[in-house]
Ligand binder design. Structure first.
Ligand code: PRX
Length: 654
């Protein structure tokens, strides 16, 4: 967040109470919310046990609600059994088998609708196809697909047979895919010959081939959906087309009861080291929160059309596309392509044509679309919209007000939802019929979610507007269980800072006099670029892997649309390039990072210097680099710099 945004957030005092008409129809109104808070505070475990029994259908009921014996590896509903896919599909067949589950629109305009019955049959057929290829409960399966219904089918099919999926965002490179396959020890990759994005074809199968060739010996099968007719190569014995894999498979496949703690999926996310971590989620606890928050935060009703624009490659696309809304029996919209393809009206045109009632997206998308002017959304009928949401980064009040006035036509409440890959579902958010919102604040924690702010000593910060670490005091059902293959890192990253007393989210925040939370940003070396987490260390490791780079430091700088942009300082091998040579190396390094990690990790700026500013103990002075990247006056003590002239190089003046 830049200082201007911070400034305007700090002075934001507008209050937007929900309209009476909205509140009177809402699932949760003010008094129900107060009762839920009171219930959760009186008995945290009993509250969650009640929710688990009311919202999920158990094959075997649980007797243990919370197992703390291996804290901070908490476990929930440990002796219960259920199947996540059954909760999302089979349970609806009697009541709403013919209801549309997925409305799909491809970037090129192709459309498809799948009812709950059809989706269930597709999931069963595909689950049988996976079994026929030797996939069993506990096996890891990597999904590297475009945003098409088959991505959800693949995820649900894994859940059905107990395979653990790890979805890799289609924008990540072959090398990132390889790292994730290797870390998870996956047996299968499910991909497509290509996906459509911004008028281009993203060649997912080609990237899969490159990844698998680089020492992914555990991969036995690659299933390939034909989507783009890109003419990809198929490897005999290993690769099989999706259509051939499901040919002749039965549309019945028993949803096996699995232990509540059976891992449902891994999802890799960036941290403050060079290596992404495989966040491991459970079955029952995760699904409970996914369903509950979809119902409450999005005030989901039977006839709603729910559109969460996130890709299934991110946690938002897991919880609010593939699992939560299906568990809640909703109709969802899935769109394959770019928000501005073929023009900046695409999102609004989809809302109009499919009658979207609840729309959930990221501030970066709102800011990007806002730039095209009010005339664009004005051309569409957005009158069906009744609720809007945002996620992924702090929303600046200007964008919030635009969203409220121009998209929501001042009628729709906005839920600004704070959560993380690790939390599994929404933690802090307004309940739209129960409380007033403030532009830029994610308001209050949900019932049963014990969010607090602590200072360096771990003491609660109670004074209004005083900042500190965002922590969660009590375990909650959808929390991550561990980092795949590295439990020490789990403890070190989230718990050790305050002696395992509470979960440390890695964000700083403050609370105003009304008890509303205002998220200030990350406290670690993680940046938020277009709502996506990027570790600066990952980008640095990618840069130094290039033969022309000796050393690199990456920091964030504010960016009008992306929120934050990457700014890289690079010490080149040999002489510092100038003129055309500098431009050529800049281009080459950006492409290199794109190859190593994916296009979203390409630095916006690269500046070359003979060395980097370091403290006496050899630590890079990141604060100084950040100040330079932001174009600020340098106020830090620079007397310890070995070579003060370096400052001119870093500032681009020499
Ligand atoms: O810094 C917070 C920011 O995004 C981080 C989590 O990123 P990720 O795991 O990729 O999940 C994003 C989608 C859930 C958080 O640590 N963040 C997320 N939501 C908000 C937010 N910052 C401010 N306001 C939000 N609503």
């Amino acid at each position: 967040m830049n200082d201007k945004q911070l400034e305007s957030i700090l002075h934001e005092e507008r209050l937007f109470p929900p309209a009476a008409a909205f509140s009177s129809e809402a699932r949760i109104d003010e008094s129900r919310l107060a009762a839920l808070h009171a219930e959760a505070e009186a008995d945290h475990e009993a509250y969650w046990a009640r929710m688990a029994r009311e919202l999920l259908t158990w094959d075997k009921d649980f007797t243990v609600t919370l197992d703390e014996s291996e804290a901070p590896n908490y476990r929930w509903f440990t002796d219960g059994e259920l199947n996540v896919s059954r909760q999302c599909l089979d349970v609806h067949l009697d009541e709403r088998g013919d209801k549309t589950a997925i409305i799909f629109e491809g970037e090129g305009g192709d459309k498809r609708r799948l009812s709950y019955r059809e989706l269930t049959a597709d999931v069963c057929r595909f689950a049988n196809a996976m079994k026929a290829r030797g996939i069993e409960a506990g096996d890891r399966v990597v999904i590297y697909m475009p945003m098409v219904p088959e991505a959800v089918v693949a995820m649900q099919a894994c859940a059905r047979i107990g395979a653990i999926h790890s979805v890799v965002f289609g924008g990540f490179s072959a090398n990132s895919l390889r790292d994730r396959i290797q870390d998870a020890g996956a047996k299968m990759v499910i991909t497509a010959d290509g996906g459509h994005r911004g008028g281009q074809i993203v060649e997912l199968k080609e990237a899969t081939d490159r990844a698998v060739e680089q020492g992914c010996d555990t991969i036995e099968t690659v299933i390939v959906l034909r989507r783009a007719d890109s003419g990809c190569q198929m490897q005999d014995g290993r690769d099989i087309w999706w259509a051939d894999a499901i040919a002749g498979q039965s549309n019945q496949c028993a949803a096996v009861p699995l232990n509540a703690e059976h891992p449902l999926f891994l999802l890799y996310t960036s941290g403050s080291t060079g290596k992404p971590k495989g966040i491991q989620h459970s079955s029952a606890g995760y699904l409970l929160h996914a369903k509950l928050t979809n119902l409450w935060v999005f005030d989901l009703h039977e006839d709603d059309v729910f559109w969460c624009t996130a890709d299934v490659g991110w946690i938002t696309g897991h919880t609010y596309v593939a699992y939560g809304p299906l568990a809640a029996g909703a109709t969802i919209v899935m769109y394959e392509g770019a928000p501005t393809y073929p023009d900046a009206g695409r999102f609004w045109s989809i809302c109009q044509r499919h009658g979207v009632t609840i729309f959930y997206t990221a501030p970066t998308a709102i800011r990007a679309l806002m730039k095209f002017g009010d005339e664009v959304p004005a051309q569409y009928d957005l009158s069906k919209l009744r609720l809007l949401g945002t996620v992924g980064e702090p929303i600046n009040p200007e964008a919030w007000i635009w969203y409220h006035e121009v998209i929501g036509e001042e009628r729709c409440p906005i839920v600004d939802t704070w959560w993380q890959t690790e939390t599994g579902g929404i933690m802090i958010s307004p309940l739209p019929g129960a409380m007033a919102t403030k532009p830029g604040s994610c308001t209050r924690a949900l019932p049963g979610i014990a969010v607090d702010i602590v200072d360096e000593a771990g003491d609660s910060v109670t004074e209004p507007n005083a900042g500190g670490y965002l922590v969660i005091r009590k375990p909650w059902p959808s929390m991550l269980r561990t980092i795949w293959g590295d439990n020490d890192r789990y403890i070190e990253t989230y718990w050790e800072r305050f002696q395992n007393r509470f979960y440390v989210a890695g964000d700083s925040t403050h609370r105003d006099a009304d008890g509303y939370f205002w998220i200030m940003g990350r406290i670690d070396d993680v940046l938020n670029v277009s709502g996506h987490r990027l570790g600066t260390m990952e980008v640095e490791s990618a840069l130094v892997a290039h033969p022309s780079v000796v050393e690199a430091a990456v920091v964030g700088r504010p960016h009008e649309v992306k929120g934050e942009a990457l700014f890289a300082y690079v010490v080149p091998r040999g002489d510092r390039p100038t003129g055309e040579a500098m431009e050529a190396l800049t281009r080459e390094l950006r492409n290199w990072v794109g190859e190593e990690l994916g296009a979203i990790a390409k630095p916006d700026d690269i500046r070359f210097a003979d060395n980097l500013p370091k403290t006496r103990s050899g630590k890079i002075m990141r604060r100084l680099l950040r100040a330079i990247a932001r174009g600020e006056e340098i106020t830090q003590d620079t007397s310890t710099l070995e070579n003060p002239a370096i400052l001119d190089q870093l500032s681009g003046k020499a």
